[in-house]
Design a protein around this ligand. Sequence first.
Ligand code: MTE
Ligand code: MOS
Length: 754
Amino acid sequence: MNIIGKKVKRIDGIQKAEGTAKYASDYYFHNMLYASVVYANVPHGILKSIDTSKAYELPGVVYVATYKDVPGINKFGHVVKDMNFLVPVGGKIRFEGDVIALIAAETKEIADMAAKLVSFEIEELPPVLTIDEAIKDEVIVNGTSNIGFHRKIRRGDVEKAFKEADLVIKMDFETGYQEHAYLEPQGAVAYYTPDNIMEIYVSAQCPFYVHEDVANILGLPLNKINVIQTETGGGFGGKEDVPSYIASKPALLSYLTKRPVKLIYTREMDIKETSKRHPSKSYYEVAFKKDGTIIGIKSKVYLDMGAYSTLSPIVMYRTTIHSCGTYKVPNVFVDVYGVYTNKVPCGAFRGFGSPQVLFAIESVMDEAAKRLNIDPYEIRMKNTLDVGNETATGHKLTSSVGAKKTLKKVYEMSNYPELKKLVDNFNKTNKYKKLGLGWSHIFYGVSLGSGGQHLDGASAEVLIHPDGTVNIMIGNTEMGQGAKTTMAIIAAEVLGQKVDKITVLQPQTLVIQDSGPTVASRTTVFSGNAVRIAAEKIKNNIVEFLSNYYGVGKNEVIFSDGKVYIRDKEFTFEEIIQLCNKNNVKLSETGWYKTPKLNFDHEKGIGEAYITYTFSTQLSLVEVDKLTGKITLKEAWVCHDIGKVINYEGAFGQVHGGVIQGMGYAIMEEIKQNKGKILTDNFNNYIIPTIKDVPKNIHVEFVEEEFNEGPFGAKGLGEPSLMSSPPSIANAVSYAIDKRITKIPISMEDIINL
Ligand code: MTE
Ligand code: MOS
């Protein structure tokens, strides 16, 4: 490898550091209007009337749009179209962030003022605010029952396994919300080009979702709308489906006024209206043999979907598949339920429904280890997956299973036996400050999985210009995770051009084919393969030409690091491209990669769930102050098997960021609500980790068990980087205080009150 796996500076780094990168709020157009949003601000009720007349009287107000102004379908929902874009009179309000009207005005200030002048009446209904209330079905939030969706795994004979067990661990768990806290809030600008195309500049992970949804709302054909992804200041899943709901607002107002319209959310709007990680309640029973072998799992998991289904049914698929952890479990009986409540709709968030259950199963593993007097490392080693084993859904793994290696690596990196002695000695001599060590061992299905195969394709366009510089456009997005650099590295490796001669463009939906959503840690595998395929096609065109031109064999043309070698001659890449260009060689190609077919029985929850899995292990060292309740993550050792590492610096950064975002979820971040209203509506009261909370040492290593379908053998890392952290930290805290933590976030009060 020339460049794959080496340290490469991120190609979009300079403009982001200097502040010249253009985010949605940086777009201005002549004659542009500003939008504002009128919210229901009531968790449950029926909309009785809307009066826009006062708002219209305010000078500078250009349009006040309600449901009556929607020319297309006034509904959203990728699985079930159950959410109104603008609530109609007579329709139901299901959470405080339901939208009643939209304002377009000459200035932002006028638009905000006008929003307050829209009056409406709501007949309030009793709100359903918790999972326990919801499942009683006394007040129905949405559909015909508050239990909207159910997924399951039925494998083997669970009753028999529990009869044969030496130890049964029965534990209940609870997890809270998590806000994505991307630094750039949601926003979009709509603008008509001179040829009457509506352009939408939007901060988004999935421009094709915005394309489809805006087309539905406006009743326009897809070729009249161009969705252009702006630089995106973080998504973390929060900009998967949500940008459709955001962008449709300025899009409608622009459609109605024929002027450009801008809508940038404030943090308060963003926290009120947009998705979060699902809170959960789960009930686990796990059967073990004396030696620590798991023989069966029974579990029931409830996810709080909030008011609308949005992506919950897909999130629940991942919850189900990951519910038994990274282990061989022959007998499985799992039920996952999605429950409606009168709160913010929950959706995609890094890990996509798996962190909730991985916290549960990894806590059970530690508890079992303790009761059976086995080391937490050993019990994981005993049960983890290897080549030839089957996952809990009966997916037989034939290659690329580095699970054991990640465990071993963390054991070695941390010098575990010594570390454990140090910790235990410290705890013997300190009364109020306690140290804790906690393991976690997780896996993650890369790709959209068996249910999402129709979306699991990706496109790339690669173009070499006459001066030898290269442009790439992919249908997936850069949202901070480093995809652009990864794509440039792959193209550079194939073409032999240098990375700094390659520019990766923001995707536009009128230019590149729908490549599915940029989620599921799939970009490296899917877009990476598409780039590889396109670049290989171009390279073949060049080699074909050169071998004829110089009368040499094709294998005598060698590309490497900006140079081309033909027998004993050496050329620069640029010289060769000039020559190709003068000889009409085709220097642009499209690459398309689609997922291999998966066999899965959705009724039983059995089969090949994902195309491959990433395996990870984390060991965390925490300090707990029993007097103040403060928990400090002091050090972490992390190892991921991500197949071939393409972008080393990017991967390293993902692990650091993931560990810290996972730490926020485990011990800091808490959405507080009162009667369905979110109180923690900004970062002064929704507390996320800052640089001060980052430990000095997060040790990172990779295992490279190559995935033969992946580009150069790569898998995915974006989400697992977070997922290993919460259970590892919770287990470390449990160790420190010698009591089992079963609820996250763990607050300082929790520690003091224990
Ligand atoms: N890293 C940064 N810096 N910003 C992000 O928004 N999103 C995460 C993860 N890492 C995110 C991130 C999520 S939710 C996903 S699905 C993956 O990146 C997507 O990118 P990938 O497919 O390139 O892994
Ligand atoms: Mo990531 S939650 O799959 O966008």
